[in-house]
Write a protein that binds this ligand. Structure first.
Ligand code: ADP
Ligand code: MG
Length: 678
């Protein structure tokens, strides 16, 4: 093998294009129209065109920098070409008298029409024009379009493009045959609409997107089914529930479960009594009361002689869960262990021993809980709060904790997942939804106020706090610099201390030690401080019912889900609540849109749907994928209807055409399954 083809093979490998199957599914990003020649004089500025010209002059100039400047003309006009990087071979190709076709943008320059680095093709008097649009592929350094095209063409010759779908199904969904779709995208037929291809509207694209979504559905549904083959501890409902641990817990709880909580718990309890691991997502808007439902799942494990792990993504949140659970469970005589990265070595060792011996029935903590050195004696239930904040790796590690038997997993999220996402990326999870807030909540009034009126806002907050309210003051997010963000928090704190001499003001930020943070939060919970200056560390989960006011500075810098999470910290008590969004102009289009949405909606699902439109799915599934996007062609916003169809088709295939499902998966997911299961 020559070194050149080895280099090519390497480059292809690096792009995951080592196989014919992969090459066939490597579709163009866009297309160029080289089927037509435009007279130089008629070329429109800023639009890619092809011209055919004869070189009249060619020289290398050194001012202002080294460049090859070529003058060329057709019957209609003259064009100047500039190359800042060029090889001697290019100089030869562009010697006076040569006839070339150029592809690129023509722009008006100082000396008339100019093309910068056009693509050059040497032609004779009557070289035929291609009759197909030219595909442009995603490529990488060391991989030219020409060699990629050749590799794909070769792969197309060798590969069986038989349809993976049964004919009847293909017709039912009005899909073009797979082979035809593939050919149409790689080698568009003459006269194919450039626009439909570029914008991925062509029927061939619809087929490819459908196939991609179908592969995702099949894979997730298979993963879902495969779970039944793994063992999990059976945690049955006791025959006599009266006086059971759970019964006693519910008796001494200061409130009754809402209908939605009871429903979610019933679904979870049913899962826990099965011999295979639960993998359930518990969704509920901020403040809907997910924690108590998770506590019930933990207790079911304890009742059956197993352990439960309760993980949260931040120290503050984990600590809060710990306090709440310890508080709830102390009367039942159940010890809750606390494990965080910041414990002293000796304390940590003691905790780990208690967990390993089984002496600690319930352990709460951050990701420290799934560090390798922590071994559970009999882990039955693992709760993961704010699951989208954990990485794939951490969740897999947690699953691995249990050894031969997998623990039941309960994942919780207050970031509502829009329907299309839930249907696609989370199709392997069972979902319970708490769609009802506990009684007595007051709707939060949201106000947008220009930062110029900050003084007035301080005055109002001060007044409200003097009247017995408590308030959060959230400092601006400064993404570029953590130091600057810290400084802003310190400055704000000092300003507010001076502006509100009658109030006790607290400060909490990400750089504080965990026990310092805990002390500040404890003061706020106990109403020893009335005004809490905070960075976004309070974004998730913090629960202080008496706090009824929130001011967010530079609200325009925050994302929608962040604003929603922050705002969810208030409106938890009986006091009328308000959230003031201070903003500073000029606002970008998206910032304006975000503020409009957060002002208009309080329902997390509505906000999430808007957010999906604004940002695309990446943010929602960030932790589910590791680098490589799982969907390359389909777009969950644009192709929502196709997701539905693919889901339905997946069920049909798995029921009636198992070999077809296998064929389809083999084609689409070679080497990618693991990613999808995480
Ligand atoms: P989230 O779903 O955001 O995690 P939490 O579990 O923190 O919500 O619950 C929010 C608050 O509501 C907590 O103070 C919790 O004790 C309280 N709560 C939960 N369920 C109920 C209920 N059924 N009735 C009254 N208060 C409840
Ligand atoms: Mg919570």
């Amino acid at each position: 093998m020559s070194t050149r083809s080895e280099a090519l093979a390497d480059a292809l490998d690096r792009m995951g294009l080592g196989s014919d199957a992969a090459l066939v599914l490597h579709f163009p990003l866009r297309y160029e129209d080289e089927t037509r020649i435009t007279p130089v004089a008629l070329a429109r500025a800023g639009q890619p065109v092809q011209v055919e010209v004869e070189v009249t002059q060619s020289e290398v100039k050194f001012r202002p920098r080294r460049q090859l400047v070529v003058t060329a003309a057709d019957d209609s006009g003259t064009v100047t070409l500039r190359f800042f990087n060029f090889y001697p071979s290019q100089q030869k190709q562009l010697a006076p008298g040569k006839r070339v076709r150029l592809f690129g943008d023509i722009n008006p320059g100082f000396f008339g029409a100019e093309m910068l680095h056009p693509r050059v093709r040497t032609v004779g008097e009557d070289t035929a024009l291609p009759d197909r649009l030219t595909p442009v592929y995603p490529a990488t350094a060391g991989l030219s379009q020409a060699s990629l095209r050749r590799a794909i063409d070769d792969a197309l010759e060798r590969t069986d493009l038989a349809d993976s779908l049964p004919e009847a199904l293909r017709r039912h969904y009005a899909l073009v045959p797979f082979g035809a779709a593939v050919q149409a995208l790689h080698r568009p037929r003459p006269g194919e609409s450039l626009r439909d291809l570029d914008e991925r509207l062509a029927p061939a694209w619809r087929r490819i997107k459908f196939d991609e979504l179908l592969a995702q559905q099949l894979s997730l549904k298979r993963a879902h089914a495969a779970r039944r083959n793994r063992d999990a501890p059976v945690l049955p409902q006791p025959a006599d529930t009266d006086g059971s641990l759970i019964d006693r817990f519910l008796q001494q709880l200061p409130f009754a479960l809402t209908g939605a909580q009871a429903r979610a718990w019933a679904e979870i309890a049913a899962d826990l009594s099965q011999p295979y691991p639960m993998q359930r997502l518990l969704q509920g808007d901020v403040g809907s009361g997910k924690t108590v439902v998770a506590a019930l799942a933990c207790l079911r494990a304890v009742e059956a002689g197993y352990q439960a792990a309760f993980m949260a993504p931040t120290e503050i949140l984990a600590e809060q869960h710990f306090r709440k659970l310890a508080d709830w469970l102390a009367p039942l005589g159940i010890q809750v262990a606390w494990l965080s990265g910041s414990l002293k070595v000796r304390e940590k060792r003691a905790m780990k021993e208690a967990i390993a011996s089984g002496a600690a029935p319930i352990a709460v903590g951050t990701h420290a809980l799934i560090e390798d050195a922590v071994d559970f004696a009999r882990l039955g239930v693992a709760v993961v709060d704010e699951q989208h904040r954990f990485g794939v790796r951490q969740r897999l590690a947690l699953r691995a904790k249990a050894g031969d038997v997998s623990p039941h997993q309960l994942m919780m999220s207050a970031t509502p997942i829009p329907r299309t996402l839930a249907m696609s990326f989370y199709a392997d999870l069972d979902v319970s939804v708490i769609d009802e807030l506990p009684p007595g909540r007051t709707p939060v009034l949201t106000k947008l106020i220009a930062a110029a009126r900050r003084e007035q806002v301080i005055e109002r907050v001060r007044h409200a706090c003097e009247g017995g309210a408590q308030a959060y003051w959230v400092c601006p997010l400064i993404e570029e610099s953590e130091t600057l963000q810290l400084q802003t928090a310190l400055d704000t704190y000092e300003q507010l201390v001076i502006a509100c001499p009658e109030l006790k003001v607290g400060l909490v930020h990400g750089r504080m030690k965990p026990d310092e943070k805990a002390a500040v939060m404890a003061d706020f919970v106990a109403n020893r401080t009335q005004l809490l200056v905070a960075t976004t560390v309070i974004e998730v989960g913090v629960d202080v019912p008496n706090a009824s006011l929130m001011v967010i500075e530079h609200a325009e810098r925050f994302g929608l889900s962040q604003l929603h999470q922050l705002r969810g910290r208030v409106g938890r008590g009986s006091r009328e609540s308000a959230c003031v969004l201070l903003y500073e102009g000029p606002l970008s289009q998206t910032a304006r849109e975000r503020l409009r949405v957060i002002h208009a909606y309080t329902d997390g699902f509505m906000i999430a749907a808007e957010d999906l439109k604004l940002r695309g799915p990446g943010e929602f599934i960030g932790s589910r994928q590791s680098g490589q996007p799982l969907l390359r062609f389909a777009d969950l916003v644009i192709d929502e209807a196709l997701v539905e169809l693919a889901r339905e088709a997946a069920d049909t295939l798995l029921r009636d055409h198992v070999e077809a499902a296998d064929r389809h998966l083999a084609r689409w997911l070679a080497g990618r399954e693991e990613l999808l299961k995480a």
